[in-house]
Structure formats: C-alpha cells, structure tokens
Design a binder for this molecule. Structure first.
Ligand SMILES: Nc1ncnc2c1ncn2[C@@H]1O[C@H](COP(=O)(O)OP(=O)(O)O)[C@@H](O)[C@H]1O
Ligand SMILES: [Mg+2]
Length: 232
C-alpha cells in the first residue's frame, strides 16, 4: 500500500493583481509528495515554480485551493501558527539564498533555531557541526559576501536542514554553480531523503541533475503535469 502523501495541494490557484490587471500564474495545481520522495518541478522561467514553492511552504496564501502538510491545512492556520509550523517542519532554500548579509555563515544557520527553543550554546554547536559536515569548517565566521556562490548555497542548505524538517523545498538549488558543485548539492539535498524520509521538492528551469528524482513534473500554462503521479 502506498503511504499517504506528506505534502499535497489540490486545485491550487494563485493570481496577482498587477497594474490593475489580474494575472493568474497558477490555474489549478494538484501535487502529492510522499515521505522519502524526491519530486522535481520543471518549467520555463516565469512558469510559476517559485510561486508554487512559496505556496507549498506557507510563505504565500493561495487565491483558492488547498495545501496540506500531513493533516494540517495551511490556509486554515493563522499567520503565527503558520510561521511556527514552517519553522518546525519545512526547510526552504530560496532561489536567491536570502542569507542575512551582516551575519556570518554560522549565525545564518543558527537563526533557523532561534525560535525553536534551543539554548544558545546548543544552537551554536549544531550550526557549526552541520556546516562542518557540509565542508565549510574553515568558513564559519565568514559573511555571505566573502563566500563563493556554491559556499553560500551550502550555508542556505545548512540553514534549511538544521531543524530536521520533514519537507525540504529547494528553488533552483543548482542554478548558478558548476556541474561538480551541482552534484555535491544534489547529494546534500537527497541525503536526508534517504536517511530520514524527508520529502524533497526541487524547482528548476532545467539545470538540476535529474537522476535522483522519483518523479519529474512539468509546470506549464498554470498547470502541473505529473504532479500526483497519475496524469502523465
Ligand atoms: N508578487 C507578485 N506580484 C505580481 N506578479 C508576480 C509576483 N510574484 C510572481 N509574479 C509573476 O508570476 C509569474 C511566475 O513567477 P515565478 O513564480 O517567479 O516563476 P518561475 O519561478 O517559474 O520563474 C511571473 O510572471 C511573475 O511576474
Ligand atoms: Mg523561480
């Protein structure tokens, strides 16, 4: 029997009002991702991949439709309940890293633990330990601007992983790096999938090496083809 999806959305619609005109980026998106599954969402630039990840991660609210994490319906939660759920259960790697520029690599990773009730000493140790595991042992005190793009990406990955989330959403994680670094990033992202059954969703315009994916879906014209594994 296949297990229930860990993360799913149904009839997800997202419209923006820009310059007095309503533009619907996502028409009706269905997606189901199970624990231990790697799903890649492909689509051209502007197809709505980042918008979809933002909705799945509870950073944005849908115009209509529903996002479920386990049995929690994201759109039914208050802003603070949603923020708390996100901090505990979802790790997000943004397309633009979003590292705090005046904070060191270690402080950026620690930031993800600040609301988790972890004491300062333990926060520091966990952040440092994870950065070391990601090969950044000699960069703990560096600012993002002092790191290469691939190193910044590893800090962003460490920040997303440090809370041991059950879902990881990665937006173009291998977009700006060489193939070797891309392969490293893929193995860092897929390790928690194999080790503890994390559900991983990756958005890409095409640069992500797809070998490790259980499923590849295509976002086009506001619809996701292959999202629930049925309509391919
Ligand atoms: N906050 C916003 N307001 C208005 N339009 C937006 C907003 N965010 C995204 N869009 C539009 O949604 C479309 C899809 O954007 P995005 O999700 O970033 O695509 P992708 O990640 O696939 O390149 C684009 O046309 C973009 O202009
Ligand atoms: Mg994008």
């Amino acid at each position: 029997m296949t297990p229930d999806p860990l993360l799913q959305c149904r009839g997800l619609r997202k419209c923006f009002i820009t310059r007095g005109r309503e533009v619907c980026v996502l028409g009706s998106v269905d997606l189901a991702v199970r624990a231990g599954e790697v799903v890649v969402i492909r689509g051209r630039s502007g197809a709505g991949k980042s918008t979809l990840l933002g909705l799945l991660g509870g950073l944005e609210r849908p115009t209509s439709g529903s996002v479920l994490l386990g049995s929690e319906r994201l759109e039914a939660l208050s802003a603070s309940a949603l923020a708390s759920l996100r901090r505990r259960r979802i790790g997000i790697i943004f397309q633009s890293h979003n590292l705090l520029p005046s904070w060191t690599a270690r402080e950026n990773v620690e930031a993800a633990l600040m609301h988790a009730g972890v004491p300062a000493g333990a926060r520091r140790a966990r952040a440092a330990g994870l950065l070391k595991a990601l090969g950044l042992e000699d960069r703990l005190g560096y600012l993002p601007a002092e790191l290469s793009v691939g190193q910044q990406q590893r800090v962003a990955i460490a920040r997303a992983l440090v809370n041991e989330p059950s879902v990881i959403l990665a937006d173009e994680p291998t977009g700006d790096v060489d193939p070797e670094t891309a392969a490293e990033i893929v193995s860092l992202l897929t390790a928690p999938v194999h080790e503890r059954g994390v559900a991983l969703v990756v958005a890409t315009h095409g640069a992500f090496p797809l070998d490790g994916a259980d499923r590849v879906c295509h976002l086009e014209g506001g619809r996701l083809i292959g999202g629930d594994g049925l309509d391919r």
